[in-house]
Design a protein around this ligand. Sequence first.
Ligand SMILES: C[S@@+](CC[C@H](N)C(=O)[O-])C[C@H]1O[C@@H](n2cnc3c(N)ncnc32)[C@H](O)[C@@H]1O
Length: 292
Amino acid sequence: MTGAESEGLSAEDYATLCDFLRERTGLSFTEAKRYFVDRRVASRIQAVGAAGLRAYLNLLRFQASGEELQRLVNLMTVNETYFFREKYQFDCLVNSALDELVRGRPKGSRLRIWSAGCATGEEPYSIAIMLLEHWKRVDDYEIELLASDIDSAVLDRAREGVYDERALQGLPAHLRAKYFQPWRGAAEGGGPRWRIVEELRESVEFSLVNIADPQQARAFRGIDVIFCRNLLIYFDDLGRREAAGMFHDALAPGGFVCLGHSESMSRMSSLFVPRRFPDAILYQKPADGGAQ
Ligand SMILES: C[S@@+](CC[C@H](N)C(=O)[O-])C[C@H]1O[C@@H](n2cnc3c(N)ncnc32)[C@H](O)[C@@H]1O
């Protein structure tokens, strides 16, 4: 294994790069990820013609447009997702959580749901479909579906809303027929593709947000439900704790956080109360905001 290793970054350079990425994105890369990181950074160093890692880091730090940093971030993220992933949480939303949230709220008031780390859009669109199909009060409230990611390329794809068979396989056939149209042009592997209908594409507001950047996250306030699933597994303990604090600030009192099945708030923060519903466990910001 001398070839790949000797061409890669030195241990010191790798540590410098990981510190930089951790600070800017929250993403934490261990030694086990070294080959993954090495290859991607080497390809960017070559593409921009930088003399080496130091020169490349200077470009990342000081380029006014931030364009190169965005390109690198886009290469470093893991964007795996699909429709109805961990569906029991969407069930929980429409069977229990939303009814509880709107109790006592006048008709016509606003309800805000945020998919933080939405990747190519399957998560927020799944939420939209679940609301339309299963929440009886969907027309009684002004529902805002917000979705964001740190990766600009996946957001472009989310807005476009074109999916292949793999993304759609968890979706029942009648919902595919109702909410998707066949799309011209085959997927990379040659299979067919479908586009989600315009009404749903327009129902989600996508934006570029790094949840590890307090400035950017501050734009989110008064949120009723935050989905942040399968993202914090890429953060270290400190990053997770900071993210939990950010969710707490962004949520309205009584609001909920939904995490991925392998992520538990109890290991991150004591700001939330675990709520066991029939379909799933959600984490709730106490109605009094949570005395600290
Ligand atoms: C594995 S995907 C999960 C997608 C979806 N939430 C799900 O559970 O299927 C993780 C997403 O988190 C995004 N991500 C990683 N770090 C982020 C950060 N600091 N801020 C916002 N999004 C981030 C990645 O770009 C990626 O699209």
